[in-house]
Design a protein around this ligand. Structure first.
Ligand code: NAP
Ligand code: MG
Length: 507
């Protein structure tokens, strides 16, 4: 079924039309061992364009038997000298080549993501596609630099001992990602996994399988041997099969805290290594001396970008009572300036939510907030004129209180719950009174206050006078129920490798 029908189309729409025509009526196969194949069961599922609600294409629905095949292919590739004995420099070159291919296909990938996820294509290109290129280039630098150490051990016997460590790839890694940043999440996991020498099976989210499959094909074009990167779209049961598989040595997961907990249980069979990037409910803390214009612009972007479907979304605002009114007015101004619409239009800054299911969740939370006594300052409903698709207005819930569900639970939509404070000790207590600890924003021009708050806040990332800055060089992950481990940087290479300590008696 065609999802784009405009005659007077722009550049992105012309790409979308071609992609739609190519995919309509097809079944997008799984990518296993270098080949696109149907699911063994023959089952398929549809993927929908959230801006229109129309089907884009059918996708092969991987299940446990397909996961078996993909894990076996990854294991063969891992044992194959073509991969196992490849020099660090050659592995590095493959990653650089893949980055170049993503760059060459950037427009098409951004439009494909826009069709599948709904997010504005220009933002997708600037953030996800550029970010993925940067991630592959960053990790392309690691294979030639990631080694062990020689250590000054002190044996009691006085023997002369040489002790050194090596890093070995952990083996076959199962990668499970969500729908909110499909390309970025795949890149954040595939790049360090293959840089470390692992072979992978990627299970994309059921709502957004298309760019992951394309990425897998580009990896083959870059020269990655068949079976090193397998992509198996499917539903949650495919993810669970990967988690429980005895042939998988490591699972890396990004998604909800609830599924994260089931992954910890499901991986116990062979005690595979597990890393988790889970939910968040990140506080934005604004001091009375903050630059209100800068803070408002960034706080608005921090909750409205990607329609609030961001794990680090700054969804709890703690504004000092003296400036709260002025700050909220400015944030509401930014909400009003959002250009809501189909992400294929260059002017669009705010697309639809991912699904009707997510629309119901977000709208349900706004109703809960009102019942709890919060006030809808702006938004809270479907924008007028958008009768198709899963559009929901940028929303501010003012007069929120610390015990409200809209302050305690992750909404994963464009809803800012705004609180005020006067006592700094109580502010810190409330900011940390959360099951999550992914990130926090601090807005002040006082250098001591800024650093003291950065120390006091329990979060994996703290942004001072900025928000949502992410870079492959800087560790990313959460305290508390926001997850286990850190992606990016050297920490990510460590996630996908084992340390071996070797003792040599030289006496
Ligand atoms: P989700 O339901 O947890 O799904 C994430 C992935 O896990 C999807 O591929 C999903 O497959 C799969 N899955 C579902 N059930 C599974 C199971 N029992 N075993 C193994 N895999 C399973 O999350 P989502 O709804 O896609 O994404 C939204 C949530 O992710 C939010 O709560 C958000 O905070 C969190 N998130 C966190 C981060 C972070 O970095 N901390 C980043 C992005 C999102 P299906 O698609 O078929 O369900
Ligand atoms: Mg879709």
């Amino acid at each position: 079924m065609a999802t784009v029908e405009h005659a007077n189309e722009g550049y992105a729409r012309s790409i979308a039309r071609r992609l739609d025509a190519e995919m309509a009526g097809t079944v997008q196969g799984l990518l296993i061992d270098g080949k696109r194949v149907p699911a063994l069961s023959g089952a398929t599922f549809g993927t929908v364009n959230p801006a229109t609600g129309a089907d884009i294409t059918q996708v092969a629905r991987g299940g446990a038997a397909d996961i078996d095949l993909a894990v076996a292919a990854a294991r063969r590739a891992f044992e194959n000298p073509a991969w196992r004995a490849m020099s660090a420099n050659d592995r590095s070159l493959l990653l650089y080549r893949l980055a170049d291919l993503i760059e060459r296909n950037a427009d098409e990938l951004a439009v494909l993501e826009c069709l599948d996820n709904g997010k504005p294509w220009l933002f997708t290109k600037a953030v996800e596609i550029e970010g993925s290129i940067k991630t592959f280039r960053y990790f392309a630098g690691w294979p030639t630099k990631f080694g062990g150490e020689t250590l000054p051990v002190s044996p009691r016997s006085g023997a002369r001992i040489l002790n050194y460590t090596t890093r070995e790839p952990v083996g076959v890694a199962g990668l499970i990602v969500p729908w909110n940043y499909p390309m970025s999440m795949a890149a954040w996991k595939i790049a360090p996994a293959v840089a470390s020498g692992c072979c992978v099976v990627l299970k994309p989210a059921e709502q957004t399988p298309l760019t992951a499959l394309r990425l897998g094909e580009l990896a083959l074009e870059a020269g990655f041997p068949a079976g090193v990167i397998n992509v198996v779209p499917g539903l949650g049961d495919a993810g669970a099969a990967l988690v429980e598989h005895e042939g998988v040595d490591k699972v890396a997961f990004t998604g909800s805290t609830a599924v994260g907990k089931s992954i910890v249980r499901g991986s116990a069979g062979n005690l595979k290594k597990v890393s988790l990037e889970l939910g968040g409910k990140s506080p934005q803390i604004v001091l009375p001396d903050a630059d209100l214009d800068a803070a408002a612009a960034s706080i608005a972007a921090g909750i409205f970008f990607n329609q609030g479907q961001t794990c680090t979304a700054g969804s709890r605002l703690y504004a000092h009572a003296d400036i709260a009114e002025a700050l909220l007015a400015r944030i509401a101004g930014h909400a009003a300036e959002q250009k809501i619409g189909n992400g294929l239009d260059d002017a669009t800054t705010f697309g639809p939510l991912i699904s009707q299911e997510q629309w119901d969740v977000v709208s349900g939370y706004v109703a809960i907030g009102q019942q709890e006594g919060a006030q809808v300052m702006t938004g809270g409903r479907r924008p007028s004129g958008e009768d198709k698709g899963f559009f929901f207005e940028p929303t501010i819930l003012a007069a929120a209180g610390p015990d409200m569900r809209v302050v305690r639970e992750e909404i994963f939509g464009p809803v800012l719950s705004a609180l005020t404070w006067t006592d700094p000790a109580e502010l810190v207590r409330q900011a940390n009174d959360s099951a999550f600890g992914l990130s926090a924003g601090i807005w002040t021009n006082d250098i001591k206050t800024a650093h003291r708050l950065a120390e006091a806040v329990k979060a994996g990332t703290v942004w001072i006078n900025c928000f949502n800055m992410v870079d492959p060089a800087s560790p990313f992950g959460g305290f508390k129920q926001s997850g286990w481990g850190r992606e990016h940087g050297r920490a990510a290479m460590e996630l996908y490798s084992e340390t071996k300590s070797v003792w040599v008696n030289l006496s």
